[in-house]
Structures are given as C-alpha cells and as structure tokens.
Unconditional design. Structure first.
Length: 615
C-alpha cells in the first residue's frame, strides 16, 4: 500500500520518479505527488486521485525539470481522506524537507501534540507530516539528513518506509524502513529507491535488499546503508530475473487480461526443475530438511484473500496425500485466537507480494511459538520469505493488476508440490504415485491454455449479466474455495454482491436468497468422485426448481448436468484435486469482463491496493 520512489542521478528526476510511480500505482491510487530538489529548493506538486491528475498538474505548472534528485508517492489512504492536502510528499514548516511514507506511525498523535506545543503548524490529517517536522528540528540542530532520519526513526512506533529530501543536501535522498518494503536499485552514476523493483526495472536490474531498521543514503556515486543506530549494515545484493516487458501490458487493455493470459506460462515456470535426476520430486530452495519435514504432525496455513482460497484448496490435497491434519486460517485472525503450535507444527504462509502485514504478523507469531514456517511467495526477496525458515517461490512473474489471477494458479501449483513432497519424504504415497501426479501437473499448462482458447462465450455471458445486482457461486470439496474465489473476484472488480457457498450448506439458510432468474454459478466436481458429483447435480436441480438461472462449469463429457444448465461452461477433465486450476479461469474472465462492461477499471478497483502493508 502506497508506492514510493526516490532517485539521484543525471536524468531529470521528475521524469524518472513519475515513470516509477506509474509502475507502482497498483499499490494505491488515492493521490500522488513528487518533490524535486534543484537550485537549493524543493518543488513539491501533489494531487488527489490517480497519477493522471498529477501528470496534468505538472504539465501545466512552472516546475523545474533541472532537478536530478527527487522523491514520489502514490497513496492508499489510511490517516485522512484522499485529498490534495493529505497527499504526499509532506513538508516541514520551512519547506526545506519533504518526506513520503508507506505504513502507519502509531504514535503520531502524541508526536503531533508535542510538535504543535513547540510551535509547528501541521497542515494535513496524516501521520506522516509529523516526520517532516521532526526532521526539520534535527537539521536545524545541524544534523545531516541521514543523521536526522536515524534519530527520528528511533522515536517512531509502527510500520514505516520513509524517503526524504532536504534542500540543504540537494544530491541526496535518504530512505528508512521498518516492517514495510523498500528496495535499492543500483545503476551506473544513478541510484534508485522504491517499494518494488518494478519502479526502476527500466533502468537497472541490480538491486539491494534493505533489512529491518535500516537507513539508506542514496547519492549518484553510491549507496550507504546503516542501522538506525548508525552502525554500517550488511546488505544483500541480487539481480532481478525479469525485465521491463514483464511489467508492461504487452498489447492488452488491462494488466489483468495479460496476467490471465500468462497463466499457462506461469504454471509451467512454477513447475520447472522440480524433478531430480533420480525421478524424485526435489524442492531444493525450500531450506527445510527432510528430517524436519518427517517430524511434522500438523500443518496450519495462514493467508489472506485469494491466497487464503489457495490455502483452503491446499488442505484437501495435503490431507489426502500426506494424512497430516491441516488447518487453514485467515492470517488476520490467526494470532488473536491463541493457536496451538508446537515445534512439530509446520505453518505455511501464502502471499503473492510477500509483504501482506496480516500474514507477516502471523509468520512472526508462529516463529515465536517455535513452529517451523514455510513461505509460498511470488516476490523474490520480500519480507515474508526473508522471515520464514524456508520458502517455495512461485514463478508467476510480476503481478500488477490488483486482483490476483496468475499468482493464485501458481500458489496452487506450489501447494500441490509441497503436499506431494511431504508425501514422498513421509512415505504416505509411493514414489510412482508421486511421479504420476507430477506428470499430471505437467499437463496443466496445456489444460489452462485450452480453457483460455474456449472462454469467449464466458465473455458474452458476463456482458449479458452486467445489469444484475447479485451473483451466487456454489461448489463442493475443492470447488467450494473456487466458488469463494469467483465471488471475491466479482465483488472486488464489479462492485456487485456476490457470495460463494458450499453447495451442501445452501439448504441450511442461503437457499432463501434464490429468486426468479438469480444467476448462480455452480462448479461441478469431476465425475471421478461420483458421490460429490451426484450430490451437486441434485443441488443444481434444487435451485433451478426455485427459479435460479444456472451457469454450470463442468468437465468435458459430463452430460448428466446438461439438462439443468441454462449456460454450460466446459473445462477439461482433470483429477478432482487439480480441478481448481481449470475451473477458476472462467471465473476470472467472467469477473473481468463483467466489471469492464460496468465501466470499471479492473486493474485499479476502488478502495483497494495490491499489497496490504497495514493490519
Ligand atoms: C484478491 C487479492 C487479494 C490478495 C490478498 C493477499 O484478488 O488479490 O485478496 O490475495 O490481499 O495478498 P498477498 O497474496 O500479496 O499476501
């Protein structure tokens, strides 16, 4: 939440910063602003609304394009409504210091009172502005901006990334981080700071991970990193393995459409290199030893939103293949219910961004209780994998649309791989059974491709339903989390009432919602599980008898459902546990198309942000 960019180099800073912000807008789009340092003064421009409003303001304003250092911010509002006044950067009383911030400064009210008591005039409702005034006091005492930042950070409580410029040190940008993301981009004669490498990938693929409680000084000539205590810090350099084209729309109208289309490749990439020379599954990067995995007696999965739905599906695979009990918990609830964790509990944290604060806090709680924690993450070097005992990276590439699509499918691949690996090391499945399932997983990119090739009727259907008020989704077994995911996508993109139910639960209350012509999407399990399949066929008849318009997703060759489907969407026949990989795709397309038909920007749905770095 909130995107931050900092730049020092030889290019016009404003151009670099605005370009960086355009790649970070997925993190928040309530307002945007920049501060550029030139000729001994700062020029600050900020506007409520999307980056386009800021661009417009800059186009008409008399701003300096000579500045070679600057900062920028795109906001997801926490403290204070999204207006010009609360937009970042925030400045001190003299206009000499400007600061941008991601996170929440929990003691800001006390700091604000203290500052007002000393005569400072604060002009916004934000927690951030206090930092600008605290920095002002420190530089007035003669501190350098970096020293001022270190001193101020020691006074702050909460989670924050801060990036500041000071007119007295025009060729310097200073950043700080605690519990909130910030990466350094290392160029030749220029350096970058950003919440995410996407902001500077057009300029450099060499990056530095910043650790907890560190301050970074960015100059043309180089980068210096210290702890808040001023001691030099060890840093980890890495090379980003994707390029700028991955962070662009590639001919699609929306990132979401591009990311849906990329799913076959993302699934294939996540499966790549998982079979060793001996034909056995090998997850080298995971860091947990086979002995550690043999000692596990319970698994708890923690995640939020779409990643939580991946966790719900994982439970079926893990319990079926490994015989280990598996609980799935919303990360935001996990640590508040005193979960029972022991040294033999494996906690699996699933997070695309690797920065979701609720999930990060769940990881920390689990580690404090001495459980082993394994992360499933998409963003290399992000906070969650760094704090876990082990990690399995999904290789979906950058996911920029706010609604998660390809990350979800690759999270499913990752949990299937982990479940099969556990089955292999614990001996709950024979080697040839594991191998056969891996072979089947290997066919999934092609099956997902097949769904994408035949999905046009889903688009027509979605457009025809654009005027509806509500859509329900039903599923059984792994189809139930798929129903939840279909409903979540529709809610977040089309702003429509949508709910997912376990089909068997319907008659315990929700069936009262069914009225004439209400669209109900039903995910039909594979015929390989006749008990499940037959039950859902009965459920479809029950809702149809009460007037529902049935939209049925069923595997090819399943003729039993055809008489009860007002619309039949076919997906390839795959084993029951793997069905979410194909059944989710039409639901993503459905939500995307329906939202577009209602005139919404599917990449930036209202009130949301891609990476939720506050609790
Ligand atoms: C929905 C969506 C969110 C995320 C959730 C967790 O389309 O994208 O529900 O899945 O905010 O985010 P990560 O996976 O980054 O922890």
């Amino acid at each position: 939440m909130c995107g931050i960019v900092g730049y020092v180099g030889s290019q016009p800073a404003l151009d670099v910063v605005i370009d960086g912000l355009s790649r970070l807008e997925y993190r928040g789009y309530d307002s945007a602003g920049t501060a550029v340092s030139a000729d001994g003064k700062l020029t600050v421009t900020k506007r409520a609304g999307k980056l386009a409003n800021l661009r417009e303001a800059l186009a008409g304003a008399d701003h300096s394009d000579t500045g070679r250092s600057g900062i920028g911010h795109t906001r997801w509002a926490t403290h204070g409504p999204p207006n010009d006044r609360n937009a970042h950067p925030h400045t001190d009383c003299t206009g000499a210091v400007a600061v941008v911030h991601n996170g929440i400064i929990e003691n800001f009210a006390a700091l604000r009172l203290e500052l007002e008591g000393r005569g400072h005039e604060l002009s916004s409702d934000t927690d951030t502005e206090a930092v600008a005034h605290l920095l002002e006091e420190e530089v007035a005492k003669g501190a350098s901006l970096a020293d001022a930042m270190r001193r101020v950070c020691l006074r702050l409580e909460g989670a924050f990334t801060l990036v500041a410029v000071y007119s007295g040190e025009p060729d310097l940008v200073v950043g700080a981080r605690r519990n909130s993301p910030l990466v350094v981009g290392v160029g030749a004669g220029e350096n970058f700071l950003a919440s995410d490498v996407a902001a500077f990938i057009a300029h450099t693929r060499d990056a530095i991970e910043l650790g907890q409680d560190q301050v970074v000084e960015l100059r043309r000539s180089g980068v210096t990193v210290t702890g808040f205590d001023g001691k030099p810090a060890d840093v980890k350099e890495y090379h980003v393995d994707w390029d700028v084209s991955a962070a662009e729309k590639g001919g699609h109208d929306y990132f979401m459409l591009k990311e849906i289309a990329e799913q076959p490749r993302a699934v294939a990439e996540t499966l790549l290199g998982r079979i060793g020379a001996d034909g056995r599954l090998s997850l080298d990067e995971m860091r947990l030893t086979d002995d550690e995995l043999r000692d596990i007696d319970k698994i708890i999965i923690v995640a939020c939103g779409t990643a939580y739905h991946a966790g719900l599906i994982a439970k079926y695979a893990i319990e079926h293949w490994t015989q280990l009990p598996c609980e799935v918990e919303l990360a935001s609830e996990f640590r508040y219910r005193d979960p029972i964790l022991t040294r033999s509990t494996l906690v699996i944290a699933i997070s695309q961004s690797g920065e979701t604060m609720d999930t990060l806090m769940a990881v920390r709680h689990a580690r404090e209780q001495r459980a082993s924690v394994l992360g499933i993450c998409n963003v290399n070097g992000s906070t969650i994998p760094r704090e876990c005992d082990g990690v399995l990276y999904t290789h979906a590439g950058p996911e920029i649309a706010v609604a998660s699509t390809k990350a979800f499918l690759t999270q499913l691949i990752a949990v299937y791989l982990i479940a099969l690996y556990l089955a292999q090391v614990r001996g709950t499945k024979w080697g040839d059974e594991v191998f056969a399932m891996i072979q089947l997983l290997g066919t999934m990119p092609q099956k997902v491709e097949q769904v994408l090739e035949t999905v046009e009727p889903v688009r027509d259907l979605a457009r025809s339903l654009a005027g509806e008020r509500c859509v329900l989704f039903l599923g059984r077994h792994v189809g139930f989390p798929v129903a939840l995911e279909g409903a979540l996508k529709l809610k977040e993109l089309a702003y429509m009432h949508a709910e997912g139910f376990a089909a068997g639960e319907l008659k315990h209350g929700p069936i009262a919602l069914i009225e004439q012509d209400l669209p109900v999407v039903v995910i039909v399990p594979s015929r390989a599980r006749p008990v499940l399949h037959d039950k859902i066929v009965s459920n479809i008849q029950e809702i149809r008898a009460r007037g529902a318009r049935t939209i049925v997703i069923a595997e090819e060759g399943d003729e039993a459902v055809a008489p009860y489907a007002d619309t039949l969407i076919r997906v390839p026949a795959v084993p029951t546990l793997l069905q979410p990989l194909v059944a989710t795709v039409p639901l993503q397309v459905f939500a995307c198309e329906l939202a577009t038909a209602r005139g919404h920007d599917v990449d930036q749905p209202r009130n949301l942000a891609k990476s939720v770095t506050v609790e």
